[in-house]
Design a protein around this ligand. Structure first.
Ligand code: 5GP
Ligand code: MG
Length: 177
């Protein structure tokens, strides 16, 4: 594995993005909608740097059927909080083609919130297939499959404190476990 973002770089990036979000909302109450499961580590670190009143809610989206290639998108919003007349901030781990986030944003607008913005930890440069971009981006990364700090490969590696690009040799080692 090749480390792309160290623990210290991630921490600085989350500080920076928390400051941008604070500059945008001030003391206004915010409803967070975090996209499971990849955003959970980012969520935990980010909300502890925000000081406005915050409600935390979860939504599940999976566009990957195991492995590193994209499959059909499924979204489960059954456990999401009420967001009518609320300022909503969607948190996701990574913006790749952008299809997941733009579909989630479309669904959330149907609930008539006051506003919906989005924040992602990572954006892959040059992979986007949609027009909408996230409102806040902590880091731009090259087009490589990454794991760690919440992101998985076949449900593993989420607990790594850094973000790393998986190498072909890692995949071999992974499958011989
Ligand atoms: P999109 O719909 O933007 O193409 O894909 C977004 C979702 O795909 C992310 O929320 C994430 O779950 C997954 N994804 C995209 N790229 C990567 C990657 O490099 N590593 C991991 N672990 N997941 C990724
Ligand atoms: Mg995801």
């Amino acid at each position: 594995m090749r480390v792309l973002l160290s623990e210290q770089e991630l921490s600085k990036g989350v500080d920076r993005i928390a400051a941008e979000i604070t500059a945008c909302y001030g003391r206004r109450p915010l409803t967070i909608v975090a996209v499971m499961t990849g955003s959970l580590v980012f969520l935990a670190d980010l909300i502890r740097r925000l000081e406005m009143p915050i409600r935390v809610s979860l939504i599940q989206a999976s566009s990957y059927r195991g492995g590193t290639s994209s499959g059909e998108l499924s979204i489960n919003d059954e456990i999401m909080l009420e967001i009518h007349d609320r300022d909503v901030l969607v948190i996701d781990d990574i913006f790749d083609t952008g299809k997941t986030l733009s579909e989630i944003m479309r669904r959330l607008w149907l609930e008539r919130p006051t506003s919906v913005r989005s924040v992602v930890l990572l954006r892959k440069t040059g992979c986007q297939l949609v027009n909408d971009q996230p409102d806040f981006v902590a880091f731009e990364i090259p087009n490589e499959f990454v794991v760690g700090y919440g992101l998985d490969y076949e449900d593993l590696y989420r607990n790594l404190p850094f973000v790393a690009a998986l190498q072909p040799s890692d995949l071999q080692a992974h499958h011989s476990v």
